[in-house]
Write a protein that binds this ligand. Structure first.
Ligand code: PMM
Length: 314
């Protein structure tokens, strides 16, 4: 999944694709580099960011979605707003990528149910202006899985089918630093919950800290692409369905390596391309039901509907 941020202030690419023409050209370039899916977003989620008015988000996102769809791309819309999601799906988007997992807008689950679009439910604890204060976990992997299970329960209650749903551990969201690594190292636990998993590590702060210079200065976002590709390979090898990245070429190669690696592994019996990393976007347009690990029975997902985190989400 290649990132097309139609924002003036994204942390990772600093507004380089803010005009519709620049965003569309960038999307086409990412497709040429091997992206299966383009993720179009009009609201920055960088730490500390303020919310964008919904009208601005619509104006940024919808024309770019339409033009990329017309050019033959499979497009997802990166939004927490039901109104924007609905407009983008009307414009041809096949997937709604909601970093709030439905918590930011009560109407989101209903829109996803009605449109039948595929839906990424990401782990989230609050908007960008407060999220760094919410990095408080007993066991970050168990806590994220439990909170995602609560989102799945809410989606099911709104009529969303399991085969629409993709889960995402939400790297960097309420996880400014060390909390990200167990989520990656123990990714098979999340994969084992039975839903396709999306990983969004690209250019994030925890990679900047990892690659810090000797004086402690974090590596800047544009210097994090090789580490991102390394995460892509490892995540795909661990069973991730999709990696969301800014620099596509390196990660496209990385997931192909991981797919071949998995295919040749003991007991797979699968041919090249059967690894999740090499899946195409075709499965997204049809929901995500073709994923062999998909459509779990209700009792496969540990849903604890009574559990609360004790937080206010809005
Ligand atoms: N990260 C960002 C934005 N959208 N969506 C998903 N599903 N997962 C992520 O980790 C994620 C996301 C923030 O990165 P950006 O500002 O570079 O787009």
């Amino acid at each position: 999944m290649g990132v097309v941020n139609v924002t003036p202030d994204s942390f990772s690419d600093g507004g380089r694709w803010f005009t519709p023409d620049a965003a569309v050209a960038h999307g086409l370039e990412l497709l040429a580099q091997g992206a299966d899916l383009l993720d179009v977003g009009g609201e920055s989620t960088r730490p500390g960011a303020r919310r964008v008015p919904v009208e601005d988000e619509l104006v940024r996102v919808v024309p770019v979605v339409s033009r990329l769809v017309a050019a033959g791309a499979a497009v997802s819309v990166d939004t927490t707003r039901a109104l924007v999601a609905h407009a983008a799906v009307d414009a041809g988007a096949v997937l709604v990528n909601d970093v709030s997992g439905g918590l930011a807008d009560d109407a989101m689950a209903g829109v996803v149910a009605r449109t039948g679009a595929a839906y990424v439910a990401m782990h989230w604890r609050g908007h960008a202006d407060v999220m760094d204060e919410l990095d408080d976990y007993d066991d970050v992997v168990a806590d994220v899985r439990r909170e995602l299970a609560q989102r799945v329960a809410a989606l099911r209650a709104a009529g969303v089918r399991d085969d629409q749903v993709v889960l995402d551990p939400g790297l960097g969201f309420a996880k400014p630093g060390a909390s990200n690594w167990p989520l990656l190292a123990r990714l098979p636990e999340l994969v084992g919950d039975g839903f396709p998993v999306l990983v969004g590590a690209s250019r994030k702060r925890f990679l900047g800290h990892l690659l810090a210079r000797p004086d402690g200065e974090p590596a800047p976002p544009l210097a994090r692409d090789r580490a991102t590709a390394a995460v892509s390979a490892l995540a795909a090898a661990a069973g991730a369905w999709c990696v969301r990245v800014h620099e596509v070429a390196g990660s496209a190669d990385a997931v192909r390596v991981a797919a071949a690696w998995r295919a040749a592994g003991p007991g797979t019996g699968a041919g090249p391309g059967a690894g999740t990393g090499a899946r195409t976007a075709a499965g997204v347009g049809a929901g995500v039901a073709d994923d062999p690990r998909h459509a779990p029975d209700d009792d496969e997902m540990p849903v604890d509907e009574d559990a609360t985190t004790g937080r206010s989400w809005t």
